[in-house]
Design a protein around this ligand. Sequence first.
Ligand SMILES: *[C@@H]1O[C@H](CO)[C@@H](O)[C@H](O)[C@H]1NC(C)=O
Ligand SMILES: *[C@@H]1O[C@H](CO)[C@@H](O)[C@H](O)[C@H]1NC(C)=O
Ligand SMILES: *[C@@H]1O[C@H](CO)[C@@H](O)[C@H](O)[C@H]1NC(C)=O
Ligand SMILES: *[C@@H]1O[C@H](CO)[C@@H](O)[C@H](O)[C@H]1NC(C)=O
Length: 434
Amino acid sequence: MATASLHLTILLHLLTVATAVATSTHNATTADEAYWWERGEAARSVNRAAYVSDPVAALNRFNADVLQSTTSRRLLAKYTGPCVATNPIDRCWRCRGDWAGDRKRLASCVRGFGHRTRGGADGRIYVVTDAGDEEMVVPKKGTLRYGVIQDRPLWIVFARDMIIQLRQELIVNHNKTIDGRGAQVHITGAQITIQGVQHVIIHNVHIHHSVHHSGGMIRDSKHHYGLRTRSDGDGISIMSSSNIWIDHVSMSNCSDGLIDVVSGSTAITISNGHFTKHDHVMLFGASNSDPQDKIMQITVAFNHFGKGLVQRMPRCRFGFFHVVNNDYTHWLMYAIGGNQNPTIISQGNRFIAPNDVNAKEVTKREYAAYDEYKEWVWKSQGDVMMNGAFFNESGGQNERRYDQLDFIPAKHGKYVGQLTQFAGTLNCRVGKPC
Ligand SMILES: *[C@@H]1O[C@H](CO)[C@@H](O)[C@H](O)[C@H]1NC(C)=O
Ligand SMILES: *[C@@H]1O[C@H](CO)[C@@H](O)[C@H](O)[C@H]1NC(C)=O
Ligand SMILES: *[C@@H]1O[C@H](CO)[C@@H](O)[C@H](O)[C@H]1NC(C)=O
Ligand SMILES: *[C@@H]1O[C@H](CO)[C@@H](O)[C@H](O)[C@H]1NC(C)=O
């Protein structure tokens, strides 16, 4: 059965690659394809500028920050006491009683490669009062869709608990924060698309049961709407975009990936998330023939990869990936994988392998023989390995730049339980520390 599902996975993967190649190399034949091609081109130079030439320095800054600003205080598993922030991102805002009066402070709390992300911090607050999503071309005022398509920066909040059942992909414009604090907000039914834009923060929302849609006329900004083709049913799909921060989300059970990052996107942090019930969790780089993904730089930190997950936490191509202080408590096939010479620095994680003797390896090289992958820099440092988990390292011996001596060690994996204790959405009450 494992072999059958593996074959199915490979087949699906090949199909995905074929689709990605087909869409990225053929020229626009309609006005809408031309529109998105131009937006992608315009974003490309901005994305390139967001790439940093010394990712190890960025990694070291992140680790130094965690080491300096965390305590080793032990908390009960089901902690109900006064607010306590267990990592530097949370420490920046969570336990302040006035978080609701000072929501934009959050934008100064991001760490890692996405650390410059402003979201909608330079704009007004927009309150979602209407959970509906009926109009794709002229979205109704008060809906989430009306907020995200605006051209000006906006900090989007929610008037109350709500379930937003999207009828088509939700296309997010530049400079937006979706801030679910103070309510329990569920976004379901279709994917959140972040395409050709910069500065987006998604915070404290539940995202699940996104399914594919065949497309149609959809507005993507104040001045433009057009024909969109099929959306895959990812949870969040990030394409040709930079300065993106996804924090404290709870995500599960979407029909494609939970988070896909493709087409030369970079400067991204995914933190404090709780991920469950899903096969293809995170895909960073969708195509072997898309070397623009060499600029991809992503921090994956303080997340809990939990029950019902299978693989790709993440699966990487080409770029530089700092996977640090995450808790991996469940996987069926593997945790971290990839191909096309990605650099993967795994530090201070906890990997608890499944009981299946064939799935103890954390890592997986896709379609590459040893001769090819021996050069790929995949390093494990300060990770805690449990239940027989092992990380097969490779590469870097001749590259002084990536020698482990150059890395500031992360906070050790034995502290991961605390660092990730509050992963996923939080139940913040206005007027109280969260
Ligand atoms: C696509 O269009 C560009 C510029 O318009 C052109 O240079 C290129 O040759 C075209 N490619 C194909 C495959 O038609
Ligand atoms: C987004 O906001 C930044 C400032 O935070 C500004 O420089 C930029 O021009 C904005 N982008 C767009 C497309 O409005
Ligand atoms: C995901 O949701 C679908 C539809 O509700 C359900 O049939 C399926 O069992 C769920 N999958 C997992 C892994 O929970
Ligand atoms: C681990 O990697 C080495 C080469 O770096 C390879 O020879 C070995 O077969 C791998 N082990 C497993 C269990 O995959």
